[in-house]
Design a protein around this ligand. Structure first.
Ligand SMILES: C[S@@+](CC[C@H](N)C(=O)[O-])C[C@H]1O[C@@H](n2cnc3c(N)ncnc32)[C@H](O)[C@@H]1O
Length: 258
């Protein structure tokens, strides 16, 4: 067996790279986490049981979008997901929008910023009493339900778009959606409340009853960390033309294709 050795120059370059990484630990960690996030996204895209669609296919993003006070925190959608949602809003010009799961109001704010002046964004969240959810939760939902910061001031409250947003308080399992939306079919719904199978099923069934004939639905968190979302949406793929939006954990339904 022949022996192999690393050429001197390569060894020196390797040592230089290691020493640079040790001197710049924050930059190194940031690059590594970006790389890992990209590998993760690609592997999730590859594993998807739902057909993939690019943003171009669903939103024709040839118009500009605006974002306001958008810096994310744990619990928000990613920046790219915010751009996808905002593009869809710009493209479809929905008049009635429904979000299940307000959290700190980041996505509600961007939907308000990008929707027509006469649009209304209704966004539902649980009351501060943590035990208010009546159906089974995913254990990981608790962190976002109990998050102390999210209700201090929702992001849209101080914005010039605040008049478009109406906060609804209640549990999506028991909330009276029919009365609230009796004369307002929903043009765009965003489902991002509790992520258990039971809640995703409940929220989806309720939203589909309210949807305008050409309305659209987005679900967040179709990814392995939330098995209830994956299980429910994959069950519905035989009767709903669901598409996963490439590079995101968003699933999209064009109501006109139902
Ligand atoms: C992941 S956060 C939503 C993030 C937000 N949509 C965004 O884009 O920034 C989930 C939110 O759903 C709310 N939630 C959980 N279960 C709910 C339920 N049964 N009814 C209404 N809201 C619920 C939680 O209180 C939490 O604020």
């Amino acid at each position: 067996m022949g022996s192999s050795s690393i050429p001197h120059s390569d060894l020196a370059k390797g040592m230089q790279a290691i020493s640079w990484c040790l001197r710049h630990p924050r930059h190194t960690l940031r690059s590594m986490s970006r790389g890992l996030a990209q590998i993760y996204r690609q592997s999730v895209d590859a594993d998807s049981q739902l057909p993939l669609a690019s943003l171009h296919e669903i939103a024709k993003p040839d118009h500009s979008v605006s974002l306001a006070n958008f810096e994310g925190r744990d619990g928000n959608v990613s920046l790219y997901e915010l751009l996808v949602i905002s593009s869809l809003v710009r493209c479809r010009q929905p008049k009635t929008l429904l979000e299940i799961g307000t959290f700190d109001g980041n996505t509600s704010l961007q939907m308000a910023v990008n929707s027509p002046e006469d649009a209304r964004i209704f966004t539902l969240d649980l009351p501060p009493d943590v035990d208010a959810a009546s159906a089974e939760l995913d254990p990981m939902d608790r962190a976002y339900i109990e998050d102390q910061g999210k209700q201090q001031k929702r992001r849209y409250e101080d914005s010039s778009q605040a008049h478009k947003v109406q906060q609804l308080i209640g549990d999506s399992a028991t909330f009276d959606f029919q009365s609230q939306f009796a004369s307002r079919p929903v043009d765009l719904a965003f489902i991002d409340g509790s992520h258990s199978y039971e809640y995703v099923r409940n929220d989806t069934e309720k939203v589909l009853e309210l949807l305008a004939p050409d309305g659209v639905v987005l679900w967040h968190d179709y990814k392995p960390a939330w098995p209830g979302v994956i299980r429910y949406l994959e069950e519905r793929r035989s009767d709903l033309p669901l598409r996963r939006i490439r590079g995101t954990s968003l699933v999209f339904l064009d109501g006109a294709l139902r």
